[in-house]
Design a protein around this ligand. Sequence first.
Ligand SMILES: *[C@@H]1O[C@H](CO)[C@@H](O)[C@H](O)[C@H]1NC(C)=O
Ligand SMILES: *[C@@H]1O[C@H](CO)[C@@H](O)[C@H](O)[C@H]1NC(C)=O
Ligand SMILES: *[C@@H]1O[C@H](CO)[C@@H](O)[C@H](O)[C@H]1NC(C)=O
Length: 433
Amino acid sequence: MRALCVALLFLHASGSGKAAGASGAKGNRFVCTAVPAGADLSCPVEATNRVQSTSPQEEELRNTIIQLRETILQQKETIVSQQGTIKELNSKLARCEADAKSRGGARRKDYSKNTMGDLPRDPTETVEQLGKTMQSLKDRLENLEQLRANTSGGMFPNELRDLLKRRLTDLESQLLTRVAELEEEKSQLYNETTAHRQRTENTLNSLLERITELEKSNSAFKSPEDFKVSLPLRTNYLYGRIKKSLPEMYAFTVCMWLKSSASPGIGTPFSYGVPGQANEIVLIEWGNSPMELLVNDKVAQLPLSVSDGRWHHICITWTTRDGFWEAYQDGERLGTGENLAPWHPIKPGGVIILGQEQDIVGGRFDATQAFVGELSHFNMWDRVLRPIDISAMANCSAYMPGNVVPWVDANVEVFGGATKAALEICEDRLFDS
Ligand SMILES: *[C@@H]1O[C@H](CO)[C@@H](O)[C@H](O)[C@H]1NC(C)=O
Ligand SMILES: *[C@@H]1O[C@H](CO)[C@@H](O)[C@H](O)[C@H]1NC(C)=O
Ligand SMILES: *[C@@H]1O[C@H](CO)[C@@H](O)[C@H](O)[C@H]1NC(C)=O
């Protein structure tokens, strides 16, 4: 349809061109402005209607098409007006040629007032110049006509098509950008969801970690030594174990807080067995016997009695020199003796068990010898402590951790139903007695 419009335009423009003069050109111009007005309604509008009433981009595209159409119509007008000019020039040239022929080369005229204005004064030159000008105008017209011929073959002129192509490319890239934006938004949303889930998981994990930590430390003791081990039943499977072993020693002091009401006898608060000597060091109150200290399976009876169900602080010192020993209860030295495994060095690398007597290292316990009660601040030193240190610990004016076995939570394992629980012995003891 567009092609038809353009063709019509040219039929009017060139059809009446050669025959009619300047007035004919004016008439063409009138036709030209009239035809596009009619043509607009039939052809390009139809094309634009197809893409109308949708997006702003399409509206924009429609406007572009309208603008281009106007440009083309203007171009056609220019062509027509140029054709008019050419015809004018043709007739002038014809008159000039006629003049030149009739008057000959000798005759001169005042050319300064000729209609071409600034043409050179020499008539021959003028003719040549006019010929050149006309030729160039003819060339330009041919070009324009060829362009018209080239462009009228399709639905749209080439330029318009190119422009449309560019517009479409623009629109396409805009669309792609929008799609990319949407993808980005989607990705962000996904990331946010992922991040949220990650945060939740992290929180849960840290909570779990904290719970595990709390469980590990059992009851989150105020400080590592503020706990006790409870051995509530006389069995051969409830016990505690000190993770640290002992070095070779030529003297020792062992102190602890005990609470028991078991009878007959409180059993074995602790035993230290080494390979080849299960009774390297044992503290035991068995049956109706008094409390005894065994060193290398040698026995000393101690004047201690703690089975009244209250907390008592006991300490026992021993040295290899003459096998001398001391027994303290609640800060008071209640007995001493000698010849308990004299000159025997305490063998290293054994196992300290709380609450059971070992028949082999770390095992073969005897229920009748088991300790029943509670136990805390089990500390060992590789030397004999002074009485003043012991009574200071017993009256809670000082606390000394053992230098070979300190009482710390991390150092004590419990088995078989034995438990660890928080205890601040120096405060509990006050209510106790
Ligand atoms: C018209 O098209 C022909 C070939 O299709 C080309 O050689 C010529 O240059 C074109 N003319 C214009 C003015 O674009
Ligand atoms: C989403 O996460 C992926 C992978 O971690 C990352 O490559 C991408 O840039 C993120 N997108 C946004 C929008 O943050
Ligand atoms: C605790 O024992 C130490 C050392 O024997 C002593 O100096 C102190 O006076 C005692 N304190 C109390 C309150 O009994």
